[in-house]
Write a protein that binds this ligand. Structure first.
Ligand code: HAM
Length: 404
């Protein structure tokens, strides 16, 4: 039997209901915040991700679904959504148009990771990107948008926050960090020895226990921010506090993608296993420029939909289902027309085979219908349909023109 690929799941029944509920909820809230839907291709040039996510990142270095297409183009299945949205933004020359542009998207992303609970090779993100605003109020807005989505779904979270500085304060800090690691090089793992050459800041993210203990004493970027980054970070934390939004400053939160500057954040959820990051994002003021656009400040996030599916609290009660059945073959056409009319304002199941009265009632109960509507000889004569409310156990006869 042919099976789905490892780390690539089918989604149906309860999970797909939750998925749809997530999308409709998140979409409605994102629109309230002024974000509009954008859709970009799943397949992009590999160079796009090398230049944005970064060559030294695990995503580009180890996890890309990359191949040559028939035209010998080096292409890749998108591992994340931001790069494609920025490419589209620049391609459409919106960077030159100026103004504010806010987009949200959802869809599958692909990373060749080692599958485990909460870590898939094809997973889905709901993301949003805001272009053209450098103000920390926009960082706050993005955080509030995530907060509102998670709250509407009944999903609990902890917010972790950090600042990754800017081209003024990052290089001198990086040098301090490199000096620190080199002074303790005999205590760090092989991965960190490599990281310190390629992208030193990523050492802070190391999962190795002894490295983590060592880096507790490493210089912290939040204490080395330039005046502007420091003021922005102070303002953001002050606004969050003022609005009663709890957060933790995590000086080791560096994110796995290279394009961030200033605000970086993650929402984590306890009780879903080791892969507990349910959303991540931050500011990326230089990415539009890296992708050949005009310098444009930007901030955004993505929620990992699979990671929160089981946490979503679905609304109670379902839309009532109407079961329609006829007792004689020659009345199926009439039954179909009547039931189809009812479909204009209700969820309808039509039974195509004639059945006895008792059999229809039994069938309706089996599929969880609220109403069982039966058409027999008498009903045809009087142009009515017999209706039973299976929940309240009451029955009546309805004229056809009152069906809706
Ligand atoms: P990210 O942190 O790589 O950020 O991914 C965002 C979320 O996607 C994660 O917090 C997690 O919930 C989910 N996720 C990531 N990898 C997997 C996986 N293998 N299986 C299941 N879920 C996963 C980004 O992708 C950035 N583009 C976010 C962003 C948007 N930053 C600015 N704008």
């Amino acid at each position: 039997m042919i099976q789905s690929l490892r780390g690539m799941n089918d989604l149906f029944d309860d999970e797909s209901r939750r998925f749809s509920f997530f999308i409709s909820t998140a979409t409605a809230i994102a629109k309230r915040y002024g974000f509009e839907y954008i859709q970009t291709p799943i397949l992009e040039e590999t160079a796009l991700f090398k230049r944005s996510v970064g060559e030294s990142s695990d995503i580009v270095g180890k996890e890309m679904y990359r191949f040559q297409d028939k035209g010998e183009n080096d292409v890749c299945m998108r591992p994340e959504g931001t790069a494609g949205v920025v490419r589209a933004f620049v391609q459409k020359k919106l960077d030159r148009a100026g103004g504010k542009h806010r987009y949200f998207y959802y869809g599958p992303m692909f990373r060749y990771e080692r599958p485990q609970k909460g870590r898939l090779r094809q997973f889905h993100q709901f993301g949003a990107e805001s272009f053209g605003t450098a103000s920390v109020y926009e960082d706050l807005t993005v955080l509030l948008l995530i907060r509102d989505i998670l709250s509407a779904l009944g999903v609990g979270y902890r917010l972790k926050l950090n600042s990754l500085g800017c081209p003024t304060c990052m290089p001198p800090y990086r040098e301090k960090l490199v000096n620190f690691v080199q002074a303790h090089v005999e205590h760090v793992c092989e991965d960190c020895k490599r990281r310190v050459e390629l992208n030193p800041i990523r050492v802070l993210d190391c999962k190795n226990e002894s490295c983590q203990i060592l880096y507790k004493n490493a210089p912290k970027l939040v204490s080395h921010l330039c005046e502007s980054c420091d003021a922005d970070f102070a303002k953001l934390t002050q606004l969050l506090t003022q609005m009663g939004i709890a957060f933790e400053i995590d000086t080791h939160l560096v994110r796995g993608l290279d394009y961030y500057s200033k605000t970086a954040f993650e929402f984590v959820s306890d009780g879903i296993g080791a892969q507990n990051a349910i959303a991540g994002g931050g500011r990326y003021d230089r990415l539009v420029e890296f992708l050949d656009g005009k310098a444009t400040p930007a901030v955004g996030f993505a929620i990992g939909i699979e990671r929160i599916l089981e946490l979503i609290q679905m609304p109670q009660g379902t839309t009532p289902l109407y079961y329609f059945g006829a007792m004689q073959e020659e009345h199926i056409d009439t039954l179909f027309m009547l039931a189809q009319q009812k479909r204009q304002n209700a969820r309808v199941h039509i039974e195509y085979e004639p059945r006895s009265f008792a059999k229809h009632l039994n069938n309706a109960q089996k599929i969880g219908a609220h109403f069982c509507m039966i058409l027999g000889e008498n009903e045809i004569q009087s142009q009515t349909i017999w209706a039973k409310n299976l929940v309240q156990n009451s029955e009546s006869t309805l004229p056809w023109d009152e069906l809706l």
